[in-house]
Design a protein around this ligand. Sequence first.
Ligand SMILES: *Cc1c(COP(=O)(O)O)cnc(C)c1O
Length: 371
Amino acid sequence: MSGNELKYIKDAFDSNWIAPLGPNVDEFEKEIANYVGVSEAVAVSSGTAAIHLALSLLEVKRGDKVFCSTLTFVASANPILYQGAEPVFIDSEPETWNMSPQALKRALDEASNDGNLPKAVIVVNLYGQSAKMDEIVALCNQYNIPIIEDAAESLGSTYKGKASGTFGKFGVFSFNGNKIITTSSGGMLVSDDKELLEKARYLATQAKDPAPHYQHSTVGFNYRMSNVLAGIGRAQLEVLEERVKARRLIFERYTKELESIPGIKFMPELNNSQSNRWLTAITINKEIVGFSNHYLLNSLADENIEARPVWKPLHLQPLFNGAKFYVHREDLSVSEHLFTAGLCLPSGSNITEVEQKRIIKCVKDCLKIRV
Ligand SMILES: *Cc1c(COP(=O)(O)O)cnc(C)c1O
């Protein structure tokens, strides 16, 4: 927390707006819309809810296909299943670790030949790094497929000077406890289509028709953000830029100390883009370094330091058994390679330099005892 949260929470208590919706929600929506530069934003109960609403607004239904990045957290794709639709997974490419435009092109061309184009493409910006949006937008425009940009991990990042999350028909942010800023739980759906966002508000509040009695003609959800939590979000947004700076500094310290080790590579940053470096991620070439990512993960754990593997690609998850997958290159699945060799180092904005030194020392100690 930044310290200002209680002031906004107190406003909510003083005005007795302890409800979903209220002045903090209205202001938080305006502030996020201004910050990323879109017409409007709708505050919801989670990032997952925002993705689900986007799919509902695009009328994704049973039998439809939705393309989705494979290297991501399961929440990117779960809402495809909520709608009864079929996910098709797209591999990563090496320069951003995100959706491979060449795999996407193959998937779209094939779907077009079969007369079975997807209803939407969900593009994820992994660990804060923007995907190659120019290429992806051009391909989707060619077939008129709307993009949902899953920017849950990339609030505060930019691509060619424009805010991450603003390149698709819809953008999605998350304020879950682990994200760069948090409302404990929450999300935001953004778009330049005010009409559709108006409909998002309607769907997110149980789809109440305009009538004094409770009347409903379509299925709705209870997805709106609480006015108390939006207060937390407003104070957090005030320190977002600081958080991005802190995370980028953490990344820089890691690279300075570890980049020269042969076989350890850091997640790249695409030219003309700036990542918020939500997590510092590396790959370890076991043959060159002498130990695997799992060995390092366990060695860190022995020192009471928590690191994490890279997301397990969704096409390898039992949940999505049988789902179609388009690989980056015939002979190379980039996402599978990243999963096999990758590791996320501790990256919290509040890690101190002393703590980080201890982590770095532990990595270097592994090099000494390698066999
Ligand atoms: C966190 C996350 C989500 C889901 O957000 P919640 O607010 O936790 O529902 C979706 N996609 C990605 C890539 C995430 O990291």
